[in-house]
Each structure stands twice: as structure tokens, then as C-alpha cells.
Ligand binder design. Structure first.
Ligand SMILES: *Cc1c(COP(=O)(O)O)cnc(C)c1O
Length: 239
């Protein structure tokens, strides 16, 4: 997974970071008894130059996470096509049309209105879009995501849409939050799985970033989204 196939000295730190993250993921799985989980690693690309992203792909990264529609559109043609792209940022309904044919999954669905627009365009283009429902697990005013009290109803409503396939949940736990928040999220994931809703398969729990991915793995995450720890500090703050 982490073997070197390309040696650009300028980007060597990315390979070092990548190896370290892979090592830490395996360690966390062992330490927390999650060796039955396959934990996928997503490279989060906001503010990162395409050359660095392509280097990461040449080293084995197979999944990219994009936050901003505008930035993605300006960079996507330069990306090596060997990696899939998931949209993970806040998505306005009127911007779905710009990404619907390029991304493999939309992880940030938090309203029926947004889901309906994804469904409408997917139908138009004769496809089915995989989505994750984003949960605002920390109940933070500043964050997107559905409140946990409204999650089950939203998932059931989205499940009615024929050109959408619900594949799991995504969340951004509050920085420095209590570990129980991670446990709450896993509980919701398992509850939904047990509900056995048609057109809903709880395959992916997308949880964990540079500062908390090991803790997220402890609590059942099987997709971690890493930016800073892989590419280094971002040049400007994310909006
Ligand atoms: C920026 C971002 C990440 C990665 O954050 P890091 O702390 O840099 O690893 C993950 N998920 C989402 C939704 C993000 O916006």
C-alpha cells in the first residue's frame, strides 16, 4: 500500500507522512481490536497544489476529498485519474450540477433539499450517486450536518429517492471533544444498520482527521480523511 514508485525529492516529506499515517492506522487497529475493519485513507486536498496530489497518488493514494466546488473545478483536470474523488465540503444545492459527473460520492448530504437535487441530476444523467449523510454530532452552530435527533427521519426520506444510494455516515467531531462523542456516532451508525432500510447500506463511517483519526478508528471509523498530516500545514484557513 505504501511502497515508493516515484522519487521526487521535493515531495519526499509527503511519502514520509504517508508511511507514518499507514503505520499509525495499522497500530490503532491492533491496539483497539479493530483488525476486522478495513480502514481507508482519504487525502484531503484543499489548498494543495495538483503536483503534490499527483505525487501522493503515485505513492498509492486512491481517494481524494474535495471541499470547495470552485477550487475543485480549477484543479480537477490536472489530477491523475487513478484516484476517485469524494466531495466532503458544504455543498449548496445550486452547485451540485458542477460536480455530479465527476465525483464518485458526496459525503456531505445534510438535507432532503440537497438530496433531491442530487437525485434529480443523477436521474437526468442516468446514474446513481452514492452519498453519506453528514451528522453534526457535536451539535455545533457553526457546522453543517443534520442534528442527531433528525438523522433517522432524514435517512428514511433520502432512501425513497431512486437515484441515490445511501452508503453510510460522515461527521466532523468538535475539536478536543469528549471521546463519548465518537462513541455516540458509532452507535447511530450501528442503529441505522440494524434498521435495515431499503436502499440504505451502512458500509462507510467517515470519521477522523489529522488530529483524531486514531481515536476515530477506536470508535469504528473505516474511512479517515487526512489533510494536514499528509501534505503539511495549509496556506490559508478553510472557510
Ligand atoms: C479539511 C478537512 C479534513 C482534513 O483536515 P486535517 O485536519 O487537515 O486532516 C477532513 N474532513 C473535512 C470535511 C475537511 O474539511
Amino acid at each position: 500500500m505504501c511502497q515508493a514508485v516515484n522519487n521526487n525529492p521535493e515531495f519526499k516529506y509527503i511519502l514520509e507522512n504517508y508511511k507514518e499515517i499507514c503505520y499509525n492506522i495499522e497500530n490503532a487497529k491492533t491496539k483497539y481490536g479493530r483488525t476486522d475493519h478495513c480502514v481507508n485513507l482519504m487525502a484531503v486536498t484543499k489548498t494543495v497544489e495538483p503536483e503534490k496530489i499527483n505525487f501522493a497518488i503515485s505513492q498509492g493514494i486512491t481517494l481524494l476529498g474535495e471541499n470547495r466546488v470552485q477550487e475543485y473545478l480549477s484543479k480537477k483536470d490536472q489530477y491523475n485519474k487513478n484516484a476517485d474523488v469524494h466531495f466532503i465540503g458544504h455543498l449548496q444545492t445550486n452547485k451540485v450540477k458542477y460536480i455530479i459527473n465527476d465525483v464518485k460520492m458526496i459525503q456531505s448530504v445534510d438535507s432532503l433539499k440537497l438530496a433531491k437535487e442530487i437525485n434529480r441530476l443523477s436521474e437526468k444523467y442516468n446514474k446513481t450517486m452514492d452519498i453519506l449523510v453528514e451528522v453534526n454530532i457535536g451539535n455545533e452552530l457553526s457546522k453543517s450536518g443534520v442534528q442527531k435527533e433528525s438523522l433517522f427521519e432524514l435517512v428514511k426520506n433520502i432512501a425513497e429517492l431512486k437515484n441515490i444510494s445511501v452508503k453510510g455516515l460522515m461527521t466532523i467531531p468538535p475539536i478536543g471533544c469528549n471521546e463519548s462523542v465518537f462513541a455516540d456516532m458509532y452507535e447511530l451508525f450501528i442503529e441505522l444498520e440494524q434498521m435495515n432500510i431499503d436502499n440504505v447500506s451502512m458500509e462507510t463511517l467517515s470519521m477522523g482527521m489529522s488530529g483524531d483519526y486514531e481515536l476515530a478508528i477506536k470508535h469504528g471509523s473505516n474511512l479517515v480523511r487526512i489533510g494536514t498530516k499528509l501534505f503539511g500545514a495549509r496556506k490559508y484557513l478553510e472557510g
